[in-house]
Design a protein around this ligand. Structure first.
Ligand code: FAD
Ligand code: DLZ
Ligand code: SF4
Length: 525
């Protein structure tokens, strides 16, 4: 019997040697197929730096496999006859190599999984879709954790309980079956504002090599109209570079990660954050490896428990939980809009031109770096979208476009569930809504802002201040039912009518102001 020739299709966010589609791959017999396709690069108009990063990482991964003796069929975007989409590119590769079977690790997003199921119908050979073992909790694990004893899905899920389960399963920061030092979660220690004297560690820079420079030229030419800056480009694009970056983080920044996790500082986009999500999400780094190195730093006395626990919680807790919610709640989750928010996304989300300094900083940094840290995403950008009542679909699309770590499985529950409360509280026990006081406490943005964070009403007032109360008032019926909002809804109830009228008229003025102009209006004038 002729030996079976297997085509192993590796997607752009599956750049791991240990990916299941490469299990028992044999150099000389199998062909590994990778494809840059226009349909994927324009499924939304991804940030230029995100496309350049991913294409460069894909090309380096292909080189790495070749250097280990594998045959890699790599379809470049600019290759003549590139059909432009995964399905046709795959069908052509099957014919080209006379493959008798295709093996694929399950795509991370519903859209691509559905497409893969249709390829199965259309291809004349078998297509195996394998589990993605890079996640610590399988789909079955999550469904079983999330389902009640009577087999129903509860109205809400809490990450903290899932996280404890994951700590027990992985054994990270556990001692004799109990959490290290007796406490599961040190979040309360991780909300300090930055002292003025703090020195932020400077990051290693990864100079673009010839592969990256070639990709950058391609992106500049083909994706000119996409959001974001290509230069400067300093992402690691190989596994070795990614591991070096992880090692740098653990040695130099992890110790400060806990204390300053929620802090923001003008001109300091990264502070003590790891900047590893892009590398983990595309497969260059394994989440377990990140946790293990962090835990070792704690055991070796090089990083405090609040930092290491916080970092591990983000990865085995939040990251896995968010992925579980995505697969549990799709496809309905995509259109969730529990607060009926309908206002369009303002044009400053693309231009960065706004008098609100916190938002101007966060959007400009996003445009330059394809990155903003969690508190900028949640408490500045997300908070604004929440209290200004921006349409969740528009917010989701923006977040999917602008961040180099954005894939629908992780972007959507963070936007819909965490930032916008659009799932009615399935993910977050209460809306992450805040006035300017929070931003002022956690950052130095307000001191350089045209608005005054201490002023509550009128043209000079910080818009977060009145939009916050306007949000509570617009959504009073829903929010009154939330017991965690009891105190603040009580204050709203006691607000004098003339003060409420001021809040509403300030908000109306803001909604009609140039700040809320759409992109077309901004672009044309
Ligand atoms: P660190 O602060 O150093 O955290 C360490 C790691 O923990 C991250 O690298 C990431 O892998 C993981 N992590 C932390 N928080 C989360 C979380 N809430 N969900 C999933 N993983 C988490 N993360 C993405 O990877 N892609 C997205 O598209 C994305 N969109 C977001 C949208 C909104 C509205 C919000 C509020 C959060 C979003 N996040 C997203 C989560 C989080 O903001 C980013 O993972 C984090 O900012 C990445 O930077 P970092 O690597 O420096 O993270
Ligand atoms: C994000 C992205 C982009 C921009 N381009 C490609 C591509 O050309 N080829 C590819 O294999 N993957 C790309 N990706 C990542 C995919 O979007 C990602 O693998 C799927 O969305 C997973 O469901
Ligand atoms: Fe943002 Fe208000 Fe502070 Fe200005 S004053 S930076 S708008 S929170």
């Amino acid at each position: 019997m002729a030996e079976e020739k297997i085509l192993r299709f590796v997607l752009g966010d599956q750049l791991s040697r240990g990916i299941s589609s490469l299990d028992s791959a044999e150099p000389g017999r199998d062909v590994i197929f990778m494809a840059e396709v226009m349909a994927e690069a324009t499924s939304v108009k991804h940030h230029k730096k995100k496309i350049a990063f991913l294409f460069s990482a894909m090309r380096h991964f292909a080189e790495d496999l070749r250097s280990s003796g594998f045959t890699v069929d790599y379809l470049r975007l600019e290759a003549e006859g590139n059909p432009g989409d995964f399905g046709n590119a795959l069908a052509q590769a099957v014919d080209r190599h006379g493959a008798s079977r295709v093996v694929l690790t399950e795509p991370s997003e519903v859209r691509v999984l559905e497409a893969a199921e249709s390829w199965r119908e259309e291809l004349e050979v078998e297509l195996d879709i394998l589990t993605d073992r890079r996640f610590l909790a399988s789909h079955e694990d999550f469904v079983s954790w999330a389902t009640t004893d009577s087999g129903r899905q509860p109205k809400s899920l809490r990450m903290e309980y899932f996280y404890r389960e994951m700590r027990r399963r992985t054994g990270y920061l556990m001692r004799d079956g109990e959490p290290e030092c007796g406490q599961w979660n040190y979040d309360a220690d991780n909300r300090k504002s930055l002292p003025g004297s703090i020195t932020v560690p400077s990051r290693p820079q990864f100079e673009p090599d010839s592969i990256t420079r070639e990709v950058m030229e391609l992106v500049a030419e083909r994706f000119e109209g996409h959001f974001g800056d290509l230069d400067p480009f300093d992402y690691p694009v190989t596994r070795a570079g990614a591991v070096a970056y992880l090692d740098w983080f653990v040695a130099e920044a992890l110790a400060g990660f806990g204390d300053w996790q929620d802090a923001m500082k003008q001109g300091e986009p990264l502070l003590f954050h790891s900047h590893l999500s892009t590398l983990i999400n595309c497969g260059l780094l394994d989440p377990r490896q990140c946790c293990e190195k962090a835990e070792k730093a704690y055991r070796d006395g090089e990083a405090p428990l609040n930092a290491v626990e916080g970092f591990i919680r983000q990865i085995i807790g939040w990251r896995e939980f968010i992925r579980g919610v995505y697969w549990l709640k799709m496809p309905d989750y995509a259109s969730a809009n529990a607060l009926d928010a309908t206002r369009p996304l303002p044009g400053f989300f693309w231009s960065g031109e706004t008098a609100m300094n916190c938002l101007g900083q966060a959007v400009s940094e996003t445009r330059s770096n394809a990155y903003a840290h969690h508190i900028q995403r949640l408490m500045v950008i997300g908070n604004f979208c929440l209290i200004a009542g921006i349409d969740p679909k528009a917010v989701q699309e923006w977040f999917l476009i602008v961040y180099s770590d954005a894939y629908e499985w992780v972007e959507m529950p963070n936007v819909v569930g965490m930032a916008l409360f659009a799932d009615g509280g399935f993910v977050a026990s209460k809306p992450y809504a805040a006035s300017g006081a929070y931003i002022n406490k956690m950052s130095d943005y307000c001191s350089s802002c045209q608005f005054d964070v201490k002023v509550k009403k009128g043209e000079k007032a910080c818009p977060f201040n009145y939009l916050y109360w306007n949000f509570l008032s617009e959504n009073e019926d829903v929010l009154r039912k939330n017991h965690r909002m009891g105190l603040i809804m009580g204050s709203l109830g006691k607000m004098k009518q003339d003060r409420l009228d001021e809040v509403q008229s300030d908000s109306e003025r803001f909604f009609k102001s140039t700040e809320m102009r759409g992109w077309d209006e901004t672009a044309s004038g």
